[in-house]
Design a protein around this ligand. Structure first.
Ligand SMILES: [Zn+2]
Length: 153
């Protein structure tokens, strides 16, 4: 959905939930606006935006970039299209997640087709993220260099 003057504060509230993550305090106001807009545009509704932030917080220690929200939206759509749904799984009740998600082991996803698809989507997203984290875009480095610590050292 589009970000508007009426709904902007709702999306910005979601972005503020990322404030404990690395790089957040160095982000200029314009970058926060950009993230809020990307969150809005990559979500069909408010609940979806809230879920995106929740999932990001579960798996990441650094603030997302706008592209991350669009990628998450694309992957969610792809997963929804390729998975036989509903599977009628009694263990996870078609959530794919009967237990607590453990990021390192990948345990916690259901063994049904939906759970397996979610585990695979999660693995791919994790790989993508590790790849992008290994080479942060120039903008991120520039912002980090402007921090007081960067100037002192
Ligand atoms: Zn299941």
């Amino acid at each position: 959905m589009q970000i508007t003057d009426e709904n902007r504060s709702i999306f910005k509230k979601q972005i503020v939930r990322l404030s404990g993550l690395a790089f957040f305090r160095n982000l200029p106001e314009e970058a926060l606006d950009e993230l809020a807009a990307a969150l809005a545009e990559s979500s069909d509704n408010f609940a979806e935006a809230e879920t995106r932030i929740k999932i990001w917080l579960m798996f990441n220690t650094e603030v997302p970039r706008p592209a991350d929200f669009y990628r998450m939206a694309m992957e969610a759509k792809t997963a929804a299209e390729t998975v036989p749904f509903p599977t009628g799984c009694p263990k996870c009740k078609d959530s794919g997640l009967p237990g607590f998600i453990r990021r390192e082991t990948g345990l916690g996803f259901c063994s049904c087709p939906l759970g397996r698809a979610k585990r695979e989507a999660n693995r791919r997203m994790d790989e993508d993220y590790k790849r992008s984290a290994a080479a942060p875009p120039a903008g991120m480095r520039d912002i980090a260099d402007l921090s007081p610590q960067g100037l002192v050292s």
